[in-house]
Design a protein around this ligand. Structure first.
Ligand SMILES: Nc1nc2c(ncn2[C@@H]2O[C@H](COP(=O)(O)OP(=O)(O)OP(=O)(O)O)[C@@H](O)[C@H]2O)c(=O)[nH]1
Ligand SMILES: [Zn+2]
Length: 480
């Protein structure tokens, strides 16, 4: 496949793996590309109707440019340099029948967490990577290099099967083993259906795809050695035996290509051509060819995704919902503290876009309130609309939490608690790369701000409805 030594640029690498070329010109080229991406991001922000001098997003173009350069650094890395210096002699079996050590003993590294950019929509997708190889010629490779090589190809615009093939092929060429096997469990964010999302909230979830690639003795999909690989994965609770080793024939791994998404997106066309040109110029600045077949629709798909967060239509929807609501309610009545019933609506999904990095963050909102006398409970669909209204914007989580609380508070008499739980792609796919991390924020208004027991009662209700985390914590405390 010609992956070994492949790279569009040979500049100094961000992860310090290899410095192929110390020429000053490459640094300058990097700066020029970063500046070009910044300019393009400004065009996108303006297209979304944002004020690019607003405090929260002033630095966003630079952050996005840095994130994209970092997320595609694989174009500037060379596999050869990574592997070559880390091949170590290791004995095989001495005059016995069998395979072991540097001559035939299967080695696998499991659960490598990677992030890569989807070439169809430019959103990051998560990859759990398992790599195996069978050493030959009495030599083994440094374990970390399996991960580093996988990362070289993850840090490019990718599609799952191609990523698996490229990692497999590059390792095979670099190590020259008896065979290499790669299994990837890929998880792509789902695209919200912005039109119907107000009607049904069942828009959570992920698109998952499992792919594999094998070389040498792993080329035969029925080889016993694959069974060994699967069993070693099972030790970690990973059951991939049912995967089609011939590769999935799913037409649309990326939700942006699905029929539903196309239908939804068609409703927010026509797209601003300057935004599309801006995304094309970003692709070129990253070292890609925006005319490459697989990338030809990517700029418009990315712009369509972004326009979800313009939320013009939803202003009207929310205002009409709220006006209708406020007309039928009395405002400023005291809460009946004798009846301490906390009304709650848990797990309302939301989608948002981090205004610092223009990357998705999404999760659920839990709302609790005391109903003041003379007020009526708010139905789930109105709460969900409010959540979506403040979600579909360039946001930060604290502001989202506050805005939801402030909006529903006058509709209920002022005693409201709102908890937002979210995964931030910018915390996971880039920068600090805290896989599995999530963020929770709380806003408390009225008596929830002073009455600890009311707060605790609501939070306990959320804990028992959503996970067993609370119990685990108690057990840990008892151990001390
Ligand atoms: N408070 C808050 N911070 C957020 C939210 N979303 C993203 N961020 C943070 O915004 C900050 C931006 O920090 P900067 O130092 O300007 O940008 P950066 O260099 O990309 O930061 P790193 O993420 O640390 O690499 C980061 O710490 C992000 O984690 C959010 O909803 N709320
Ligand atoms: Zn995609």
């Amino acid at each position: 496949m010609g992956c070994l030594g492949e790279g569009h640029f040979n500049e100094e690498l961000e992860n310090g793996v290899s410095i192929e070329c110390g020429e000053v010109g490459f640094q300058e080229e990097g700066n020029t590309n970063t500046a070009a991406i910044e300019d393009a991001v400004k065009v996108l922000l303006v297209g979304l109707g944002e004020d690019i001098n607003r405090e929260g997003i002033k630095k966003t173009p630079l952050r996005v440019a840095k994130a994209l350069r970092e997320g595609t650094r694989g174009y500037r890395q060379k596999v050869k340099d990574i592997v070559e210096g880390a091949l170590f002699p290791e004995a095989g079996l001495d005059n016995r029948i069998g395979q072991a050590g540097g001559a035939g003993g299967l080695v696998i590294v499991r659960d490598l967490d990677l992030y890569t950019y989807c070439e169809s929509c430019l959103l990051p997708f998560q990859v759990k990577c398992h790599v195996g190889y069978i050493p030959s010629s009495q030599r083994v490779v440094g374990l970390s290099k399996l991960s580093r090589v996988a990362d070289v190809f993850a840090k490019r615009l990718q599609e799952p099967q191609r990523l698996a093939n490229e990692v497999c092929s590059a390792l095979h060429q670099g190590i020259q083993p008896a065979g290499v096997a790669v299994i990837l469990q890929c998880t792509h964010i789902h695209f919200p259906d912005i039109e119907s999302i107000f009607l049904e909230s069942n828009q959570q979830g992920w698109v998952k795809k499992l792919v594999s690639s094998g070389s040498g003795v792993f080329e035969n999909k029925n080889a016993d050695v694959w069974a060994d690989f699967f069993c070693l994965l099972k030790f970690r609770g990973i059951d991939v035996e049912k995967i089609s080793l011939r590769g999935s024939s799913d037409q649309h791994w990326c939700p942006s290509l699905s029929a539903l998404s196309a239908k939804v997106s068609s409703k927010i066309e026509p797209l601003d051509p300057t935004m599309i040109t801006a995304v094309s110029s970003i692709l070129n600045s990253l070292g890609e060819d925006s005319l490459r077949k697989e990338l030809s629709g990517t700029p418009s798909r990315f712009v369509k995704w972004l326009l979800n967060f313009q939320s013009i239509d939803m202003d009207v929807k929310l205002n009409s919902s709220l006006c209708g609501r406020i007309d039928t309610l009395n405002i400023n009545r005291e809460i009946n503290f004798n009846d301490r019933q906390i009304h709650s609506e848990l797990n309302l999904p939301f989608w948002s876009q981090c205004e610092h990095h223009i990357l998705p963050f999404h999760g659920v909102v839990h709302i609790g309130y005391f109903l003041s006398e003379g007020f009526n409970p708010i139905g789930k669909s109105l709460l969900q609309s409010i959540v979506h209204f403040y979600g579909f914007k360039l946001q930060v989580q604290e502001r989202l939490t506050r805005q939801i609380a402030e909006t529903i508070s006058p509709l209920l008499g002022g005693h409201v608690i709102v908890v937002v739980e979210a995964s931030h792609t910018c915390m996971i796919s880039r920068g600090i790369e805290k896989y599995g991390s999530s963020t929770a924020t709380i806003a408390v208004l009225g008596c929830f701000s002073t009455d600890f027991s009311a707060r605790a009662a609501f939070l306990q209700r959320v804990a028992s409805a959503t996970s067993s985390g609370g119990q685990q914590f108690l057990l840990e405390v008892e151990m001390f």
